[in-house]
Design a protein around this ligand. Structure first.
Ligand SMILES: Nc1ncnc2c1ncn2[C@@H]1O[C@H](COP(=O)(O)OP(=O)(O)O)[C@@H](O)[C@H]1O
Ligand SMILES: [Mg+2]
Length: 246
């Protein structure tokens, strides 16, 4: 098992945003966490990655206790994440964004005699290829479409050589066809790079097409965890989602 979360909780005042969450994820498993807006998905990721202090609970990654580590230390354990709101540099080219991430994440292996710009070119090219951005590599981040920005972000996550990738709503704000293309890319990357991946999504229909395991969050807790068929037939899940549509 790669990730084991035990009794994770976080309150904001009286609101229990994440309440006693337990989750186990195996190596190379791909897990979709779905749940309506406000369910606690982003907070859960923030707790896992050390962006928010936990009230209680424990996070074990490959047997190592990450509970007390800072977000920087957790990244160095090769836990990569993307954010629900895209944050890439608008003036920086796609190529440089990826290359800078590579350089920043491998500080130790700096070669003093090689200028930064020459470093990691090949690896940058490989990542650009993987996320389908080779043709846009000289375009500044700010001029990209929303979907392509998300690709850059995913490339930046890959540059961290993660063992576990957390993607927070990778299709947020996308048109339907862009959503499909992005989901296909995520799936392809996960398989090709042998990644363990957890991603969140608020729209149920997006994940049913291919997720093998779906975890449903509602009001800070996990209310269901299983294969798509089980999730579809789960009465509590139906209540949450049908209730939302009324
Ligand atoms: N920093 C914060 N301060 C106060 N309340 C927050 C904060 N972050 C999230 N919340 C609240 O916690 C709940 C869960 O939010 P969030 O984790 O963003 O849900 P999701 O990602 O599933 O939409 C929501 O009610 C939200 O308003
Ligand atoms: Mg969220």
């Amino acid at each position: 098992m790669l990730l084991k979360v035990e009794g994770l909780s976080k309150s904001f005042g009286a609101l229990m945003a994440v309440h006693n969450v337990n989750l186990e994820v195996d190596e190379e498993e791909q897990v979709a966490i779905i749940g309506p807006n406000g369910a606690g998905k982003t907070t859960f990721f923030n707790l896992l990655t050390g962006y928010l202090p936990k009230d209680s609970g424990k996070v074990l990654f490959d047997g190592e206790d990450l509970t007390k580590l800072s977000s920087d230390q957790i990244i160095r354990k090769r836990v990569g994440r993307s954010f629900q709101i895209v944050n890439i540099y608008p003036e920086t080219s796609v190529f440089e964004s990826i290359q800078m991430t590579l350089i920043a994440s491998r500080r130790k292996s700096y070669d003093l005699f090689s200028p930064a710009k020459k470093m990691y070119r090949e690896e940058t090219e490989r990542i650009l290829e993987a996320v389908g951005l080779t043709e846009l590599k000289y375009v500044p981040g700010g001029s990209l479409s929303h979907g392509d920005k998300k690709r850059v972000e995913m490339g930046m996550v890959l540059a961290l050589k993660p063992r576990l990738v957390l993607l927070d709503e990778p299709t947020a704000g996308m048109a339907p066809e862009e959503t499909l293309a992005t989901m296909a890319l995520v799936k392809e990357l996960a398989e090709k790079e042998h990644l363990t991946m957890i991603f969140t999504e608020h729209d149920m229909s997006v994940v049913f097409a291919w997720a093998k395991r779906i975890v449903v969050m509602y009001q800070g807790t996990i209310i269901a965890d299983g294969q798509p068929e089980e999730i579809k037939g789960n009465p509590e899940v139906r209540k949450v989602y049908l209730g939302e549509r009324r």
